[in-house]
Write a protein that binds this ligand. Structure first.
Ligand code: MN
Length: 240
């Protein structure tokens, strides 16, 4: 059985070629065991009540895939952390916590978006805690859509937090934090995205062979995925 892992598409209406490439992938993998989307699926997400032609096309593609029998798992990232239950109900997806431990045909596998591993950015880690808190999210989602969009623009273009988000995007993970999370979860294999540094890392930790596969971000001409044939994982780039 084949499963797929992707992340960091940063889908937005301004990049139609990527959206087309994504919808093509969805129809190519129809009937697969599972699709895991590990965060930053959308460039920005203002709440599940936001809808337009672009969003409904993406939702429809996901719905067709889940109707084909493929399970879809969705983990929010630092840009689309407001993805919620309504989006999941509409698309047939299941929400995943960050981190999530899965059993992939007998192999314990830790899934993360990856921003929580970039612990050197202390200011961002504080912001992350705020954005991910239920209280903050409830308050934010109670604002009108217009207010939310204005807030997001403000954060991204002007404020210090916007700068923090940008610098975090180019920051790599803290190796000690990777080891700590993997030891805590009791895994030897981890998959994450976020850093836009696609690679298949192998090293040794306390006498154990460890592996960390980092998904790449998508462009207008192609993307990255991890293909899992049963428990065998391969990082691949592809063109649309
Ligand atoms: Mn990210």
């Amino acid at each position: 059985m084949t499963s797929y892992f992707i992340s960091d598409l940063h889908l937005e209406p301004e990049r139609p070629a990527m959206a087309r490439g994504f919808l093509e992938l969805l129809s190519d993998i129809r009937g697969a065991e599972a699709l895991y989307i590990l965060g930053d699926f959308f460039e920005v997400w203002m709440g599940d009540d936001f809808d337009n032609d672009f969003v409904s096309q993406i939702k429809q593609g996901l719905r067709q895939l889940s109707d084909s029998g493929t399970r879809i798992y969705l983990m929010p990232g630092n840009r689309d952390f407001l993805l919620g239950d309504t989006f999941c109900q509409q698309t047939g997806a299941t929400m995943l916590e960050d981190p999530t431990l899965i059993d992939l045909h007998g192999t314990p596998l830790l899934l993360m978006h990856g921003d929580s591993l970039c612990t050197q950015d202390v200011e961002y880690m504080k912001l992350r805690q705020m954005f991910r808190s239920q209280a903050w999210q409830q308050e934010f989602l109670s604002k009108s859509l217009q207010e939310r969009i204005a807030f997001a623009r403000h954060v991204r273009s002007e404020s210090q937090s916007g700068q923090q988000m940008k610098s975090n995007d180019i920051m790599d993970v803290t190796p000690d934090e990777v080891d700590r999370c993997m030891a805590e979860a009791g895994v030897r294999v981890m998959i994450h995205g976020h850093t836009h540094r696609p690679a298949d890392h192998r090293w040794e930790y306390q006498g154990q062979a460890m592996r960390r596969i980092v998904l790449g971000d998508w462009s207008d001409t192609g993307g990255w995925l991890i293909r899992a044939e049963d428990a065998e994982l391969t990082l691949e780039s592809f063109d649309f």
